[in-house]
Design a protein around this ligand. Structure first.
Ligand SMILES: [Zn+2]
Length: 318
């Protein structure tokens, strides 16, 4: 056989014959760093993956049957009987300020989350360079990441901003004492554990005002009393950072009237959901979703009685 014919024969041979060589490189065994950039006018936005929690469907949605919830999980191809909830904080570089919106779950043993600092560093952003951390609400998956494992501040030079109505609600001792045991009492205790000893670093913000240049706080209460979304605007460009207007879109965009277990006022949360997505759909606004699948951005369209998410396509061009 000539050299050319041998090469052609080798190319045409089934893959199995070259399997030995292909298998020689050891598998990486772990994911590449999770960050994704896009522009909003002159601003540069970096979505940073903090990780995800996989939990049983059981107890996740309050006002539907377990069979309905299981069917929804199956149609999203989750691990049987489970849902996976990702966490995706956002860094906005406004040109004058580096702003982090939400801080993720922080380090928890045996939970594949708390990767914000590592992935931010991989993205070339030094945690010490963050000027402002804006918290959308005071649930653990949004605030715990302000601290590293030894209890120190993950973003030591940042001013931390919390929504005033959430601060008043979660830091109120009457509310703590009246809260049902379990998850709800746990939320109150967690807020104190994470925020009390750094309270002097935390300022409170109001809706309808800028929390940083070009970033305006929007009242999207319901999920919590002070739950906040943000309009990020530069020039004529604008995106909506929804925070937790929905938990995972597979469930609650398709079914906006379903009540996730973590909603403080589920009726109001559902009203907020419809109002917010009707606005976003009419505006054709890009939405950044903390609990959307990575890269956690997409467009929302009306679809039957609910909505559907059209995720952005990964692009190498900003
Ligand atoms: Zn959340």
């Amino acid at each position: 056989m000539t050299g050319a014919a041998a090469a052609a024969a080798a190319a045409a041979a089934p893959l199995a014959t070259s399997g030995r060589a292909l298998a020689a490189a050891p598998p990486a065994g772990k994911q590449a760093p999770g960050f994704y950039r896009y522009k909003v006018g002159d601003f540069e936005v970096t979505a940073i993956h903090d990780g995800a929690v996989t939990r049983p469907v059981d107890g996740y949605v309050k006002n539907i049957s377990n069979d309905q919830a299981l069917a929804a999980a199956e149609s999203a191809y989750f691990k049987k009987g489970h849902v996976t909830i990702p966490f995706n904080p956002l860094v906005v570089n406004t040109g004058s300020r580096l702003v982090l919106i939400d801080a993720g779950l922080g380090p928890v043993q045996n939970v594949p989350a708390g990767m914000l600092v590592a992935n931010m560093t991989a993205a070339g952003i030094d945690p010490k360079s963050i000027d402002i951390v804006v918290l959308s609400h005071l649930h653990p998956d949004h605030i715990n990441g302000i601290k590293v494992a030894d209890g120190g501040l993950a973003f030591p030079n940042a001013e931390i901003k919390a929504p005033a109505p959430d601060w008043s609600w979660w830091m109120n001792d009457d509310n703590l004492n009246k809260a049902p045991e379990g998850m709800w009492k746990g939320y109150f205790q967690n807020t104190r554990r994470v925020l009390s000893n750094v309270a002097d670093k935390i300022t409170r913000y109001e809706w309808g005002k800028e929390v940083a240049p070009g970033i305006t706080a929007l009242d999207t209460s319901g999920h919590t009393p002070g739950h906040t979304s943000f309009a990020v605007a530069s020039g004529s460009a604008r995106i909506l950072v929804q925070s937790d207007v929905t938990n995972i879109p597979h469930f609650f965009l398709r079914n906006p009237d379903w009540h996730v277990a973590f909603d403080w006022d589920p009726i109001k949360a559902a009203q907020t959901r419809r109002k917010f997505y009707d606005m976003a759909a009419a505006e054709k606004a890009l939405i950044a979703g903390f609990h959307f699948p990575f890269p956690a951005a997409g467009y929302v369209e009306k679809d039957g009685a609910g909505y559907r998410l059209v995720p952005v396509a990964w692009s190498a061009v900003l």
